[in-house]
Design a protein around this ligand. Structure first.
Ligand SMILES: NC(=O)c1ccc[n+]([C@@H]2O[C@H](COP(=O)([O-])OP(=O)(O)OC[C@H]3O[C@@H](n4cnc5c(N)ncnc54)[C@H](O)[C@@H]3O)[C@@H](O)[C@H]2O)c1
Length: 389
């Protein structure tokens, strides 16, 4: 017996489209899910964009006012895919209206914002999921199991990198992403938030950290009209970039392992160069998002000159079997969002969290706040004394 689940999407830029496609594809990949998303409403502030979304993607209604979505009794679950400064207001309002919430990272501008949304979700008794999609990669889940199994020995150190060139061009428009008021932090919230989530997913809690940040492109051109994604705005009036392009962090894990987390949005020559290298006393595991279904693994008892082999993950690794029948058939970015949608809808069907929750967003945001604080003070910051839930 399959019931319909009325869903809505608020904010129809890049992520709004990806969430919508994920809802639409759920029955293809997860036919046994007892709830089937039905696209009820899309809210988007740019004139005409919601209507176009309804026309192209099949939403039953379109509006420029997200409050209409909150008030719509047909809508039981909402994707919040708006810029960061709106996460708190819209996320809290949707939860208080009794809507299950799938919200994009970093969930607001600060840990306080993320906690407000988490509290609203808990208070309303609805389910909440967050867009930390990289942990959904089957190879990442396999790496986590490998680490937990002890086969690599005791983890000693890890390098996590999130390098991108999406803002490397000096003509990239000065969108909400570069403003404190609407974007909050820069690459910290945008990319390092994923890095913190991966670090904790793989290795557990971070005890303390220190960070350094920098702005490398201090001025950009203001866009003349509506934007989505990373549009250019050559010739526009210049304005200041208010948040960091780069963050470099040292991490000390509660386990005693050490880590380096680096994130940069202006790395020429790096396109989605996201990944990790985890080293243990007997082995190591390496993952690169651009080769999402591969792990490079070194294991054995040689210690020195121990070979590294490539493992193509397949059915049996995470959710791989829902997408392809055999190893080395490539999955893509959108598939990670289908997995996220599956876990979100399953948590609604079963009435219990399955996959990421708002607690993960609070944790990540707390670490990001600590990184910003450390960059200002030049000191190590302990996370032990902080509320991370
Ligand atoms: N998980 C990931 O991998 C990932 C990737 C990219 C972005 N994100 C996150 O997703 C969010 C959106 O990013 P994006 O790249 O889609 O941005 P975007 O600029 O492409 O889209 C945002 C959309 O929200 C709309 N919007 C703004 N104010 C609105 C309002 N009041 N009501 C309705 N719509 C409104 C904008 O017009 C725009 O269409 C951000 O929080 C970002 O951090 C996550």
């Amino acid at each position: 017996m399959v019931d319909a689940l009325g869903v809505a999407v608020v904010g129809f830029g890049w992520m709004g489209r990806v969430h919508t496609r994920a809802y639409a594809r759920l029955p293809h990949h997860y036919p046994r899910l007892p709830l089937r998303p039905r696209l009820i409403a899309v809210a988007e502030e740019v004139p005409g964009r919601a209507e176009e979304a309804a026309e192209r993607f099949g939403f039953a209604s379109a509006t420029r006012d997200w409050r209409e979505v909150a008030a719509d009794p047909r809508v039981r679950a909402v994707s919040v895919t708006v810029p960061n400064f709106l996460h708190r207001e819209i996320g809290v309002a949707m939860a208080e209206a009794g809507k299950h919430l799938w919200i994009e990272k970093p969930v607001g501008l600060t840990a306080g914002d993320a906690r407000a949304v988490a509290d609203a979700v808990a208070g309303a008794g609805v389910q909440g999921a967050v867009g930390f999609n990289y942990r959904n990669a089957p190879a990442v889940e396999t790496a986590r199991e490998l680490i937990a199994s002890g086969e690599l020995g005791t983890v000693t150190h890890v390098r996590i990198r999130f390098f991108s060139d999406y803002a490397a061009h000096p003509d990239t428009a000065l969108t909400w992403r570069y403003e404190r008021e609407r974007g909050g932090s820069g690459v910290l919230g945008d990319l390092a938030s994923h890095g913190v989530d991966l670090a904790r997913f793989l290795l557990g809690d971070i005890a303390a950290l220190t960070a350094d940040t920098a702005v490398f492109v201090p001025e950009r051109a203001r866009p003349s009209g509506a934007t989505a994604g990373h549009a250019p705005a050559a010739g526009g009036e210049p304005g200041p970039v208010e948040n960091e392009d780069y963050a470099g962090c040292l991490l000390r894990f509660a386990s005693g392992a050490r880590g380096v987390l680096e994130a940069c949005r202006v790395s020429v020559g790096e396109q989605n160069s996201y990944g990790f290298e985890v080293h243990g006393t007997r082995g190591a595991v390496f993952w690169d998002f651009r080769r999402m279904n591969e792990l490079r693994v070194s294991r054995g008892s040689a210690y020195q000159d121990q070979p590294v082999s490539t493992v193509y993950v397949g059915p049996g690794a995470g959710e791989f079997a829902a997408f392809q029948p055999g190893a080395a058939n490539a999955m893509g970015y959108d598939d990670l969002k289908v997995i996220e949608a599956y876990r979100f809808v399953r948590s609604i069907a079963e009435g219990t969290p399955y996959g990421t929750t708002l607690a993960d967003a609070v944790y990540s945001a707390t670490a990001l706040d600590a990184m910003a604080e450390s960059a200002r003070s030049g000191r190590w910051v302990s996370l032990r004394a902080r509320r991370t839930e």
